[in-house]
Design a protein around this ligand. Structure first.
Ligand code: SAM
Length: 283
């Protein structure tokens, strides 16, 4: 039996996924949650009909959201992940021997439970003694914790109007992140896809919100095959270390995508993204 999931990136651009099986589906207090088995990328987590991560290509995103900031910090010990309920980002952070403790703040406990049951390849990270899962809104958690973390990773859903992730892209939140970081801390967030007009507008607005609070703001891009919008951007806000200049390289780490060469290359941006960053171009 073949099912099909239609994933909408814009009302005029949708992608159809062929599905072998719908493994689990439920309405949580925050979103519609599904675990599906796709023909092309294996098992996947879907929230509100948006594909979040697949077992076959999760490493593109999770390695690049974790290792770029962690290799930028000279000695990351305390890490905060906001969102990350599938466990994939935590799995990458755990590869850094200097990391002593990871707080993972996920608003939806059902995501944690479903991923423990159906995506153990990623959620196995929750069993590591260094990982502390906290069920809470990242907005409140960050505003209540100051000067605590070396690296903060915002691994949330996209900022949709009716989604708890929306305020994770606000100026107030970035101001709280700045206070939640130690004096030489840095944070990273995924910042939409500049491949589409609405994504370019969102990227430009988010980048400049971050840049208002952080001495060093740098964007980098990755192509994630299962993300239907092509380019995917990440933006780092750093109090001291420049992710393009000060980074350690350790090509002995077990990765499939991240290397020190990829760390360097991902910051090479096309001209239109430089122009969005310079602010002298429309979206
Ligand atoms: N890796 C995926 C991606 O590439 O976008 C997303 C990872 S994870 C599944 C996203 C998580 O962010 C969801 O589980 C969602 O419940 C969580 N989330 C959204 N808003 C949040 C908030 N305000 N505080 C904490 N977690 C939040």
């Amino acid at each position: 039996m073949t099912y099909y999931m239609i994933e909408e990136h814009t009302p005029a651009y949708k992608v159809t996924w062929g599905i072998k099986d719908i493994i689990h589906i439920e309405d949580t207090p925050y979103q519609k949650l599904a675990i599906i088995d796709t023909f092309e990328f294996g098992k996947a987590l879907v929230l509100d009909d948006a594909l979040q991560t697949t077992i076959d290509d999760q490493f593109y995103y999770h390695e690049m959201i974790a290792h770029v900031p962690l290799f930028t910090h000279p000695n990351p010990r305390h890490v905060l992940i906001i969102g990350g309920g599938d466990g994939g980002t935590a799995l990458e952070v755990l590869k850094h021997k200097s990391v002593e403790h990871i707080d993972l703040v996920e608003i939806d406990e059902q995501v944690i439970k479903a991923c423990i049951k159906y995506l153990p390849e990623l959620s196995c990270s929750f069993a590591d003694p260094r990982v502390n899962v906290i069920i809470a809104d990242g907005i409140n958690y960050v505003s209540e914790n100051n000067n605590k973390y070396d690296v903060i990773i915002i691994d949330s859903t996209d900022p949709e109007p009716d989604n708890p992730a929306l305020k994770l892209y606000s100026s107030e939140f970035y101001q709280s992140v700045h206070k939640c970081l130690k004096d030489d801390g840095l944070f990273v967030a995924h910042t939409n896809s500049p491949s589409f007009a609405f994504g370019r507008k969102a990227f430009k607005e988010i980048y400049h919100r971050i840049n208002a609070y952080f001495a060093l703001t740098k964007a980098y891009i990755v192509c994630v095959p299962s993300y239907i919008s092509g380019y995917w951007s990440f933006t780092i806000g750093s109090k001291r270390y420049d992710p393009q200049q000060n980074y350690r390289s350790d090509d002995t780490m077990e990765t499939q995508f991240y290397t020190s060469e990829m760390h360097r290359a991902c910051f090479v941006l096309p001209r239109f993204i430089h122009e969005l960053i310079a602010g002298n171009k429309g979206s």
